[in-house]
Design a protein around this ligand. Sequence first.
Ligand SMILES: O=P(O)(O)OC[C@H]1O[C@@H](O)[C@H](O)[C@@H](O)[C@@H]1O
Length: 289
Amino acid sequence: MTLTPDYSQWQQRDELDLLHIDAPFGQALIARQGAQLLQYQAHGQSPMLWLSPLSRFQRGKAIRGGIPLCWPWFGAHPNDSSLPQHGIARQLDWTLQQAEVTPQGASLHWQLQDSDASRALWPHPFRLELHMQLGTTLRLTLTMHNLDDRPLTTSHALHSYFPVPQVAQATVDGLDGCSFYSKPDQQSGQQQGPVTIDSLLDRVYLNAPDTLTLHRPGLPALQLRSAGLHSAIVWNPGPGAEPHIPDVGPHWSQMLCVENGNALDNSLTLPIGGSHQLRLEIAEQSVAC
Ligand SMILES: O=P(O)(O)OC[C@H]1O[C@@H](O)[C@H](O)[C@@H](O)[C@@H]1O
C-alpha cells in the first residue's frame, strides 16, 4: 500500500478516523467509517461535496455530507423499522486494501465484508469493494458480491450531497419524463422539465438516464454520469429540517442531494454467488468525464 506521508495522513475527529489527502491534484477527506468521501476539491475547482458544518463524527452514526453509501437497503428497511435507515454500510468501518496517492491523483480500494457487527444487524455474508479515483473528476466504482446461499435483493444509493449557493435557484436536468415516487405525500408522478426545489423535496425517480446535470447559479454546473444505477433520488429537507434534522439545521438551503441508486422497482436481485458493479463519475461541466 502506497500512502505517501507527504500527501496523506490519518487524523482523528471526535470518534472517527479520517484520511486527509492534500496533494498537487487536490484535497480530500475520507472517513474509514462507511468509506465515506466527505470532501473533495480538485486543484483549480470549487469544493465538489457538501459536508454539514453541524455534522457529528460518532461511531455507528451517519455523517451528514459527502457521499454516504446506502446499502443493502435504501431508505427504511422494507419490513423491519428497527433496522437503521439506509442500511448498514455507512455505519461500519471499511478496510483500506490498497492506496496510491501521487501528485496527479489518488486511487483508493476499500473493502467491507460481513463481520460480527454486520451480522448482528443483517445476518448475511457479502463483500463490497469500493474504488475511489480522485483527479480532475471523481469516480466511484462499487462492486457488490452475494456470498450467501440464497439470492440477495438489494436497493442502494450513492447519496451525494452537493453545495449550492441557494437551493431555490438550483435545477436538475435529465429527469424530464421520468416517473417518480414522492415520499412526503406518498404520491407518484411524472417529471415535467427540470427539477426545481421550492420546499421539502424527496423523490425517487425510476429508470433515470445515465447523465444528470446539477445547475447551481454562482457555481459551476456538475455533471453526474453513472453506469449500473437506474434510479435518481433528489432530496432537500426544506426549512422544516431545523428541528428534525439537527445536523442540517439552518444550512438546508445550501445543499442538495442528487443521489444515484437502484431503489423501489429498480432494486436488483443478485443470484447466489452473483455480483453487480456500478459506477458514478462527477465532474464540473467544463471538465470532460
Ligand atoms: O437522515 P438520513 O438517514 O441520512 O436520510 C436523509 C434522506 O435521505 C434521502 O435519500 C431520503 O430519500 C430521505 O427520505 C432521507 O430523509
